[in-house]
Design a protein around this ligand. Structure first.
Ligand SMILES: *[C@@H]1O[C@H](CO)[C@@H](O)[C@H](O)[C@H]1NC(C)=O
Ligand SMILES: *[C@@H]1O[C@H](CO)[C@@H](O)[C@H](O)[C@H]1NC(C)=O
Ligand SMILES: CC(=O)N[C@H]1CO[C@H](CO)[C@@H](O)[C@@H]1O
Length: 347
């Protein structure tokens, strides 16, 4: 047998490395392109809920350099819930739409809140977010995505349906998935998308209470408030459809993003502060027993479990244009979805 010993010069090594980088870059690029074109055309178009606040053609762009307000309240104190409940948002159009009249923010955002049985939190967050986003001069619409009574909470599926509905309604520039019990404290934390998916939280009172003095328990945490451009969200195939009950969907999203080499931006801790309502663990929303298995299969499963496979898994029971938000009522069959996910859940 020939014994070929290949002696590599440093330059040759460098060239090889660059070549490998280029090739893997191209491979990722083609993968992402393929994924995003695959996902297109599957979602439902519901023209009846179209409606966004149009960009004004000749008003000047909003100036964000003059947002000097910082924190709206002191996170270390009791949250002024009564004040927020009394506060009535003004100038909101039906469906929870708003755009400033004196300037153009240049970006339209959809806030998507997956919701289950927390009426007080919903009231507080709606009042609060309208105020917060109006101070920030954002052009936005708030969607609340909810399961029909009697079904188990599937937060990730609700977020997917919220995304598809919002996209069909207004083809937004930016989609922000937002928990119902989280209040952004600092107005300088502008609700907007970046070049990468952006996690808006870097400090949360909930984690301080749970014994993490930095307000931050682990590096890969991306739950709570996450901002995507549509192409970011589509390139990871959205969230999983098969996570019922409490927990796992955000870590699953983390692996979806990182397995595709996507970077995640995070808002600086000085302004990324959130107040979190403490609540007892919801009844009727048990911990997800497949969590371990789900997180072990995230990367592989993300190719087939998400926006690309959602069409036959849910139905929209109603879309209501309410005073402060657009309500999306969703039905799905847990048994049927889990049956389809069987190979990933039972191994
Ligand atoms: C904006 O456009 C409208 C008509 O489209 C015009 O009446 C108005 O004067 C314009 N305003 C400015 C500030 O240019
Ligand atoms: C939800 O779907 C199930 C079938 O999967 C059906 O029996 C039930 O009536 C639906 N609920 C509503 C409120 O549409
Ligand atoms: C064609 C159609 O279904 N139109 C409906 C759209 O939604 C509004 C309420 O938001 C109804 O009043 C219309 O009848």
């Amino acid at each position: 047998m020939l014994n070929i010993s290949l002696r590599v010069t440093p330059t040759f090594k460098k060239c090889g490395l660059v070549l490998i980088l280029i090739i893997s870059g191209l491979w990722w690029f083609s993968l992402l392109r393929r994924r995003s074109s695959e996902a297109r055309g599957i979602f439902l178009i519901r023209p009846n809920i179209t409606g966004t606040v149009n960009r004004k053609s000749n008003v000047t762009s909003c100036d964000y350099s003059d947002i000097s307000t910082g924190a709206l309240f002191d996170v270390s104190k009791r949250f002024p819930k009564d004040f927020i409940l009394r506060h009535r948002p003004r100038d909101v159009l039906p469906g929870g739409m708003y755009a400033p009249s004196d300037c153009d923010p240049g970006e339209r955002i959809a806030i998507i809140i997956p919701y289950r049985d927390r009426e007080l939190h919903l009231k507080v967050i709606l009042n609060y977010l309208h105020m917060f986003l109006q101070i920030q001069k954002r052009n936005y619409r708030i969607f609340v995505s909810e399961m029909v009574p009697g079904t188990k909470f599937n937060k990730a599926l609700l977020m997917n349906v919220g995304f598809l509905t919002a996209e069909a309604a207004g083809n937004y520039d930016c989609y922000i998935f937002h928990d119902v019990d989280l209040l952004p404290v600092d107005v300088r934390n502008i609700y907007t998308c970046g070049d990468h998916p952006r996690h808006l939280i870097s400090f949360s009172t909930k984690y301080v209470e749970e014994g993490h003095p930095t307000g931050w328990p682990y590096a890969w945490l991306i739950g709570g408030a996450l901002a995507f451009r549509a192409e970011h969200f589509r390139s990871v195939n959205g969230y999983s459809n098969g996570i019922f009950g409490w927990g796992g969907e955000d870590d699953d999203m983390y692996y979806r993003l990182t397995s595709r080499g996507m970077l995640i931006e995070r808002v600086h801790p000085t302004i990324g502060q959130y107040y979190v309502f403490v609540h007892k663990h919801d009844r009727g929303n048990p911990k997800n027993k497949f969590k371990k298995r789900i997180l072990a299969t995230s990367a592989e499963r993300s190719k087939v479990d998400g926006l690309s496979s959602i069409a036959d898994k849910y139905s929209i029971v109603a879309i209501e244009t309410l005073t402060l938000y657009t309500r999306i009522l969703v039905n799905c069959s847990e048994e049927r979805i889990l049956e389809q996910m069987r190979p990933y859940l039972y191994g």
